[in-house]
Design a protein around this ligand. Structure first.
Ligand code: SF4
Ligand code: SF4
Ligand code: SF4
Length: 296
């Protein structure tokens, strides 16, 4: 939805956003990785009944909003929600609530603990100031359900496969299943013997785990597991898909360090209201990459 954030609200009113109806606001609630308990949901229902119009709105970023809350009831509503441990979400030029898919906890495709990363991102970055709104999404595999590359920061779970020749029956299934045709079969042989091997074009591979999950002979093994880090994605009026900053990051600390540097880079170079991706386009991806990765 289009936000009506023209009202100048004090900091403790963050997440309370003015509607077009005079004196009415909507409450944007914080649900990191889209998670709320049943007790919290009951509390939200109670607040919507008591202070709103008995309904909620589900946002595109896994949030719940309670609309039509009169200005005079904002503080009372906030206090009731607080008792159930529900905080207000973010608004304005800040790091917004972290979005994440279920990840490996319940999804068979997941190759990372998305909830753990989302909670840590929340602890480190939520509500920090930036030149514009600053969105982060965590997605557990290359299926990209939370659209990591449409966010200022996107983190995607990744694996790197390795071929084990003795386990391979040469069925060629992986050649058909690889979504980007990154696998190549090579044949060689001499003196009447035939030999074959399977290799991967690393530049083409999207680290998706289809080969490792579907190989009938378990000949594709997970050699490395990590994260792909995207920067500079945005939708809105001028959409821009994110750029890969680094593939196969294997340490959580390195991941958080690079994200902090990306946010610092945006603060340093971004104009007011300019999304990170547009800052990158203005000053150049190579300069940004060098600054964040420290390769200058
Ligand atoms: S992105 Fe992958 S892990 Fe996350 S929900 Fe989608 S398929 Fe599952
Ligand atoms: S799917 Fe597995 S067993 Fe079949 S060709 Fe590929 S690596 Fe070999
Ligand atoms: S990980 Fe995915 S993209 Fe890479 S080789 Fe395997 S199937 Fe292809």
């Amino acid at each position: 939805m289009v936000e009506h954030e023209l009202a100048v609200l004090p900091m403790n009113m963050a997440g309370m956003i003015r509607q077009k109806q005079h004196d009415y606001y909507f409450l944007r609630l914080k649900a990191v990785a889209g998670d709320l308990t049943a007790t919290q949901m009951a509390c939200i229902a109670l607040v919507a009944e008591r202070y709103g119009r008995g309904a909620v709105h589900l946002s595109t970023r896994q949030g719940i909003e309670i609309h039509h809350v009169h200005h005079d009831n904002l503080e009372s509503a906030r206090r009731v929600l607080e008792v159930a441990g529900i905080q207000m979400g973010a608004s304005g030029n800040t790091v917004r609530v972290i979005v994440a898919c279920p990840g490996e906890a319940t999804c068979k495709w997941g190759v990372m603990d998305t909830k753990k990363i989302a909670k840590e991102l929340d602890r480190r970055f939520f509500n920090q100031e930036a030149p514009s709104k600053f969105k982060m999404a965590v997605t557990g595999c290359a299926n990209n359900c939370t659209k990591a590359n449409e966010n200022d920061i996107g983190i995607r779970g990744a694996i790197e496969p390795a071929w084990v020749s003795v386990s391979c029956c040469d069925c060629q299934l992986c050649l058909q299943l690889c979504p980007v045709k990154a696998i190549e079969r090579k044949e060689s042989g001499s003196n009447g013997t035939r030999a074959f091997s399977y290799t991967i074009d690393r530049d083409r591979c999207i680290n998706c785990s289809i080969c490792t999950q579907h190989c009938s002979g378990e000949a594709w093994e997970v050699a490395r597991q990590g994260y792909t880090l995207f920067i500079g994605g945005t939708m809105g009026k001028i959409p821009r898909f994110a750029t890969v900053l680094k593939h196969m990051i294997q340490s959580e600390e390195e991941l958080y360090d690079l994200i902090q540097k990306a946010l610092t880079c945006h603060r340093k170079h971004g104009k007011k209201k300019e999304r990170f991706g547009h800052t990158i386009d203005r000053i150049g991806i190579e300069a940004v990459r060098a600054e964040i990765l420290g390769t200058t």
